[in-house]
Design a binder for this molecule. Structure first.
Ligand code: GUN
Length: 298
């Protein structure tokens, strides 16, 4: 069986075109440009790159973005005060505090300083709490799990007999940013969810039973191709740079799944790179647009 490749890059591009149109509409109807504030604490090169990519994509869809670069030595109180000050700016509809934060900073306190209606990353404890509560909806869903859900919904429309509702879904990894909110989101979508992690005794046995597998660990090739249940849908969040002397650049990007071997068994799979990655920023833009639109509702 040859698997359907879930082309996140193409899907994100389509989403972005739709977002750009809605940004135009909001400008025309309300004279308002959606604005995202990006808060970067310290000089982590990966974080700098992610924030740059997010700001570039804002520009592509016609959104404003505001960069706040803050020294790593800032105190908890000063950082929270700064976030509250940014939150008071009516031109800012969404606030993104790039993680990880320096060790002396309590991230939960910082997230709480973000006004709920501007929490476009969905990391405010109340938003996460609502994700976990039956009958409640968060104002914003964290971007990476939201992107994975969108890819699964795409698979629903393209793969015969595949439905999220009623499926056995496995999330490997339990981080606050991806694994845990992903598991909660899948429960909301009526899947039967297992969360596997470093203490799980037999990951292979759980993978073999799963209709959906989400890899969110960052250990290249840890899920073997032959473990997948035939017809499963495989979503790989991990993107790890690995040395590869046979590659032109001397390295390649790898995910948690053995990609080629998995393709032989699954019904649909995300490539790495070009799967989940591009979807994450598209969902952040979607959340920011939603935040701006909501200021004109009711
Ligand atoms: N660091 C890694 N992923 C994310 C994300 O989705 N949002 C933020 N703010 N920081 C991150």
């Amino acid at each position: 069986m040859s698997a359907l490749i879930l082309d996140g890059k193409a899907i994100a591009k389509r989403l972005q075109a739709d977002i750009a149109q809605q940004v135009e509409d909001l400008k025309a109807s309300q004279n308002t440009t959606p604005g995202l504030a990006a808060v970067l604490v310290g000089a982590n090169p990966a974080s700098q790159m992610y924030v740059k990519m997010k700001r570039n994509r804002c520009a592509e869809v016609g959104m404003a973005s505001f960069l706040h670069e803050i020294p790593a030595e800032i105190s908890q109180e000063e950082l929270e005060a700064k976030i509250r000050q940014i939150g008071d700016d009516p031109n800012v509809h969404g606030i993104l505090v790039q993680l990880p934060l320096p060790d002396h900073i309590d991230a939960e306190g910082v997230m709480q300083a973000i006004p709920m209606h501007k929490d476009v990353d969905g990391f405010h404890p109340v938003n996460i709490g609502r994700l976990a509560m039956k009958g409640k909806e968060p104002l914003f869903i964290p971007a990476t799990p939201f992107g994975c859900l969108h890819l699964l919904q795409e698979a629903e429309s393209l793969v015969d007999d595949f439905q999220i509702s009623g499926s056995n879904a496995l999330v490997i990894g339990r981080s606050n940013i991806v694994g845990m909110p992903m598991a909660l989101l899948l429960v909301k979508a009526n899947a039967t969810v297992t969360v596997a992690h470093s203490r799980t005794k037999d990951i292979q046995a759980v993978v073999e039973q799963s209709d959906i597998v989400i890899g969110a660990v960052g250990r290249p090739g840890m899920v073997k191709g032959e473990w997948f249940k035939p017809g499963a849908v495989a979503i790989d969040v991990a993107t790890v740079k690995v040395d590869d002397p046979s590659a032109k650049k001397g390295y390649r990007w790898a995910g948690d799944f053995e990609y080629e071997a998995a393709q032989e068994r699954v019904a649909a799979i995300t490539p790495v790179p070009g799967g989940v990655g591009p979807m994450t920023i598209a969902m952040l833009l979607k959340n920011t647009l939603r935040a701006a639109q909501a200021t004109f509702e009711n």
